[in-house]
Design a binder for this molecule. Structure first.
Ligand code: SOE
Length: 399
């Protein structure tokens, strides 16, 4: 490990993503040589007891119930936002104004208007205080997806004809209570912002191309009422309430749409929480003139590659176990060749990107910034408009 300077982190949110990020800060400096070492300075949460318990478990030195304390503190260098989507904007804007670097969970925000404000504030802060912004599209940190991107960049796929993304979860059946992810005032949208955001980002990340038009979108809320939740307890599903009262679902269960990429590729996207039987099937397929790739997060260490230019007699799909130093950019930091990684490693890999970027080190793959995440949010908005107006929408018209 090289000798390096410290960067003090303040984290807002202590649930699922709070844990994933805390784990990343805890591990990243042990596996990667970084120009800056993360210091787990302060954790902020609504409930003082739970926040303290979270801090004790993960190793945060201080706690607060006011995120504003971290914005006001000279000691904090980077604020990381792991709250429900409706809080992203206020925290990010205040932190950028105070000259802090900001990392934020996806989607960038609950609405396009808020996302635009965040993007504008990030631009301004970059100029004035050199503050940097990051958005946790965590699957960019999966080695197999990084390899998929590399194959496209190396010209192994050639012109892209098709992009097919479907993100299928099954946890949102009728028995799942009305947790915040089903409420527009907290989440902005349902499966769309939660899952299509990942797919749009992954498609843009892998192909290196922008989406120019969206059409044929369908948006549906199948389950219109859900039992009010008891304790959400850090699990996305939550638990039912004792009173068995119901409340209204105000977001989509599923959104599907078609899209065109700048280079002409025809694409389809599908996100749902009602693909009963599926767990976290985040899938991306790309077909091009010279080859094709397939990836499914449920088998996250595997990338399928088809070389259409290979020997006709032996042509077929190649199953690449993406575990070796030859395969992926993060490999040097991990276990010897042939040992697989899991969900949490995506976050650790991206944390290495973040600290390298702030500290002027070498980047493995780029993490999304607010500008980048804003482009993804425009595509989300275009799909919503296409579904509601039953019409195609050009991305250039969505600002
Ligand atoms: C819930 O749908 C969720 O946890 C998302 O919020 C994450 O971003 C995704 O990685 C897994 O599913």
């Amino acid at each position: 490990m090289t000798k390096s300077k410290n960067l003090n982190v303040g984290l807002v949110g202590t649930q699922f993503m709070g844990r994933a990020h805390a784990n990343a800060y805890l591990k990243v400096g042990r596996f990667f040589d970084l120009p800056l070492q993360p210091v787990m300075h302060t954790a902020a949460g609504r409930d003082p007891g739970r926040t303290q318990a979270f801090a004790d478990r993960w190793g945060w030195a201080n706690t607060t119930t006011r995120w504003q304390d971290m914005v006001e503190s000279d000691a904090i260098d980077l604020i990381d936002i792991c709250t429900p989507n409706n809080l992203h904007k206020d925290i990010a804007l205040a932190a950028l104004e105070a000259g802090k670097h900001v990392a934020c969970e996806k989607p960038l925000s609950a609405t396009l208007d808020e996302a635009r404000e965040m993007r504008d504030a990030a631009k301004k802060a970059k100029r004035s205080s050199k503050a940097q912004t990051f958005v946790w599209f965590s699957y960019r940190g999966c080695p197999a997806l990084a390899l998929a991107r590399q194959l496209v960049q190396d010209g192994k796929i050639g012109q892209v004809y098709h992009v097919r993304a479907n993100y299928l979860q099954g946890w949102g059946g009728p028995a799942t209570p009305l947790v915040w992810r089903f409420r527009k005032e907290f989440a902005g949208s349902g499966a769309h912002g939660d899952l299509n955001a990942h797919s749009i980002d992954a498609a843009r990340f892998v192909t290196g191309e922008e989406i120019t038009e969206v059409s044929g979108a369908i948006e549906e809320t199948f389950i219109k009422q859900r039992e009010l939740p008891g304790d959400e307890g850090g699990n996305i599903r939550g638990k039912g309430g004792a009173a068995k009262k119901k409340g209204k679902v105000t977001v989509d269960d599923t959104v599907m749409f078609l899209a065109r990429f700048k280079g002409g590729a025809a694409a389809s996207f599908e996100a749902t929480r009602l693909a009963i039987g599926c767990q976290n099937e985040n899938k991306l397929e790309v077909h091009g003139e010279k080859g094709a790739i397939r990836w499914n997060f449920e088998d996250m260490n595997v990338l399928w590659y088809y070389n259409a230019q290979g020997d006709a007699e032996t042509n077929g799909w190649q199953r690449i176990m993406v575990t070796d130093a030859d395969h992926h950019p993060f490999a040097h930091a991990w276990w010897p060749d042939a040992h697989i990684l899991g969900y949490e490693h995506g976050f650790i890999n991206l944390a290495s990107t973040m600290f390298n970027q702030i500290g002027g080190g070498k980047l493995e793959v780029p993490m999304a910034d607010f500008e980048d995440a804003y482009q993804t949010q425009r595509v989300l908005e275009a799909a919503t408009l296409s579904a509601r107006n039953r019409a195609p929408v050009k991305i250039s018209e969505v600002k």
